[in-house]
Design a protein around this ligand. Structure first.
Ligand SMILES: [Zn+2]
Ligand SMILES: [Zn+2]
Ligand SMILES: [Zn+2]
Ligand SMILES: [Zn+2]
Ligand SMILES: [Zn+2]
Ligand SMILES: [Zn+2]
Ligand SMILES: [Zn+2]
Ligand SMILES: [Zn+2]
Length: 343
């Protein structure tokens, strides 16, 4: 065994520190050990080459490892995101976080839960208020309980707190079947699919594209309360109907109204739907109900709620028919409506 080998042996067994042994001698001795055929220089290069190759393979190995780890991470992350999907939330929304109300500091599942508690169930009127949705600053993950700034994914446990997430409205919903979308002009999220709605600037709201060409625009038509239940319509979560006159109300409230045999808009008195079959029936009823002799020549002035025309007609106990448009949605007036009289 050469001196160099003995020394190497000593290093391996720990009796000699590697500092006592220089790289030069080491490589020279490697050469002298005939590990490499020709000059020490070549041998050195060849060792280095082998080294490089090894490193490259190691790198490939590391890459394979890291790509495996990466996809594993992805899977982990994806399954983490999906944890608790559809299992949390309230009567209003499926979501995996609760919100801290910016107004009163209390924690609720959603703004409707807040508003219910603060308005309907609050006895003291001075405490009643709605939650300003855009003002939410802080949310609490339903899975790990961590309170944090508003974002879609919990920064502690990595769970997705809402499959649909709007950072402008601070809105979370795991039920994406509602096809939520954010309308920048409305400034709020709506449901029903972005492709099914357009924003009417004059009415100040998103309307179904079916109404795009056909609806009657009324300035800020949606920025008022439903005339039946007095809820604010613009951000109502209930279905809303646009009447032929352009005025709006809850579809449910309209049905209620019609059930009570009221078929005219509470705001402008125009008919809320095509009434021609009703007018036909009234025609028959009027024809079948002759007026007593004393009324036979009685004439009255009427104003039509549908077409705004005034006419003088024979009085009838059933109803008065507009001579211009044939509607029975008329009211009796004192005389022919003159130009803008004031009271
Ligand atoms: Zn509040
Ligand atoms: Zn709720
Ligand atoms: Zn969490
Ligand atoms: Zn939104
Ligand atoms: Zn809109
Ligand atoms: Zn409009
Ligand atoms: Zn209503
Ligand atoms: Zn109307």
């Amino acid at each position: 065994m050469s001196v160099a080998l003995l020394e190497l042996d000593a290093i391996l067994r720990g009796s000699l520190s590697p500092d006592d042994y220089t790289a030069t001698t080491y490589f020279e001795d490697l050469d002298s050990l005939d590990l490499h055929s020709s000059s020490s220089r070549l041998g050195l290069e060849s060792v280095t080459d082998v080294g490089n190759q090894l490193v490259t393979e190691e790198e490939e190995e590391t890459n394979r490892e890291s790509s495996r780890t990466l996809s594993d991470d992805c899977l982990d992350e994806m399954s983490r995101l999906g944890v608790g999907f559809g299992e949390y939330g309230c009567a209003h929304y499926k979501r995996r976080c609760r919100i801290r109300s910016p107004c009163c500091g209390e924690v609720f599942d959603c703004r409707h839960c807040h508003n219910d508690a603060m308005n309907h169930n609050e006895r003291d009127p001075s405490n009643r208020h709605d939650l300003p949705r855009h003002g939410v600053k802080s949310i609490i993950c339903s899975l790990c309980g961590h309170e944090q700034e508003v974002s879609q994914v919990c920064n502690k446990c990595g769970v997705c707190m809402g499959e649909y997430f709007c950072n402008k409205c601070k809105f979370f919903d795991d039920d994406t079947s509602k096809n939520q979308f954010h309308c920048d002009s409305c400034g709020i999220c709506r449901v029903g699919g972005k492709d099914k709605f357009f924003h009417c600037e004059k009415c100040g709201c998103c309307y179904s594209i079916e109404l795009q060409k056909s609806h009657f625009c009324v300035e800020n038509a949606m920025h008022h309360n439903c005339p039946v239940c007095f809820d604010y319509l613009f951000d109502s979560v209930k279905h809303i109907t646009v009447l032929p006159c352009g005025h709006t109300m809850h579809a449910e409230c309209l049905k209620d109204m019609c059930r009570h045999a009221k078929f005219s808009c509470p705001m402008c008195s125009k008919s809320v739907c095509d009434m021609s079959s009703v007018w036909d029936r009234l025609d028959q009823e009027v024809a079948a109900t002759p007026m007593p002799d004393i009324y036979r020549n009685k004439r009255v002035w009427i104003l039509c709620n549908d077409c705004s025309a005034s006419s003088e007609v024979y009085f009838h106990i059933v109803a008065q028919k507009c001579l211009t448009c044939g509607s029975y949605n008329t009211r009796q007036t004192a005389a022919a409506a003159s130009n803008s009289s004031s009271y």
